[in-house]
Design a protein around this ligand. Structure first.
Ligand code: PAF
Length: 285
């Protein structure tokens, strides 16, 4: 169990592990670990010989009025939790190692990165793909694990890996939820007791969509307006977006096709806290 802070040391460990033919699994995180992250670690543990998790709160993926400053940080707690799930090494680089003076190279997945989350959070995905690219270069994993909770992030990272012929397999792990259905998120800690109750409206809206779909409804405008009325019935909730799209281009759909995976995604504010959730119909992303 070791916490590595410096990039050259991380690279040299990764090189050694590869030369010993150990399969490296990588779980990138921004810390504030919860059961969702631990599920990624557990999955990596099952599939790999050495599991490395990173903890780095990436400023490049936060907008100017977002929660970068207040994002919860507790490396000692994160390391303890990760190690109990069988993580072998934590990589926790400093800000100026990831973004040294004069840093000027960014990775952008064009088009896909401007939709849904990208439309609400301009520049967010440029920050995500840039840091993930750099972390993958440093850690050189065989497998990297991401949660489907951030479905668009997964779609973009897969596209980046394919487009840039990166030698890593992306493993997508299902959403982990609280018993009452709230998707786990590091931002759930911001919710007051009332907002926490109100936050169940995201899952309720998605459940409504699934029920209608299972009953044969395929018209996206009807599904969207039904989900919207669920969100609007919750006084503490303010809808940011609600979308039914395909998973390849994230184009809005008129009708749910019978043979293509379809992403139903939404973002909702509970006062200042913005939460996202999704379901995928007809397959996986
Ligand atoms: O999903 C996250 O926590 C972050 O976007 C990631 C992938 C660690 C990049 O900073």
């Amino acid at each position: 169990m070791e916490i590595i802070n410096r990039i050259p040391r991380m690279i040299s460990i990764a090189r050694e592990l590869r030369s010993e033919k150990r399969r490296i699994g990588f779980v990138p995180t921004m810390g504030a670990l919860h059961e969702g992250h631990l599920e990624l670690c557990a999955r990596a543990r099952e599939m790999c010989d050495t599991v490395i998790a990173s903890v780095f709160v990436n400023p490049a993926q936060f907008g100017p009025n977002e929660d970068f400053e207040k994002y919860p940080r507790d490396l000692a707690r994160d390391a303890e939790l990760a190690f109990t799930k069988g993580v072998d090494l934590i990589f926790a680089p400093a800000l100026d190692d990831i973004y040294p003076e004069g840093f000027s190279t960014y990775v952008t997945v064009e088009g896909l990165g401007d939709r849904l989350e990208g439309a609400s959070r301009p520049g967010h995905f440029r920050g995500v793909t840039t840091v993930v690219n750099k972390l993958l270069n440093i850690v050189s994993p065989h497998f990297a694990f991401f949660g489907r909770k951030d479905a668009q992030q997964v779609i973009l990272i897969k596209r980046m890996v394919r487009d840039l012929a990166m030698d890593v397999e992306i493993v997508v792990v299902p959403i982990v939820r609280e018993e009452d259905g709230l998707a786990l998120s590091s931002r759930n800690v911001y919710l007051s007791a009332d907002e926490r109750k109100a936050a169940l409206v995201l899952k309720r809206a998605l459940d409504r969509c699934r029920t209608l779909y299972n009953g044969g409804e395929r018209d996206c405008s009807k599904l969207i307006s039904s989900m919207r009325s669920v969100i609007e019935s919750e006084p503490l909730a303010r809808l940011d977006y609600l979308a039914i799209t395909d998973t390849a281009r994230l184009d809005a759909l008129d009708t749910i096709p019978f043979d293509q995976p379809t992403l139903i995604s939404l973002a909702v504010f509970l006062c200042d806290t913005r939460l996202i959730d999704n379901i995928v119909l007809n397959g996986e992303i």
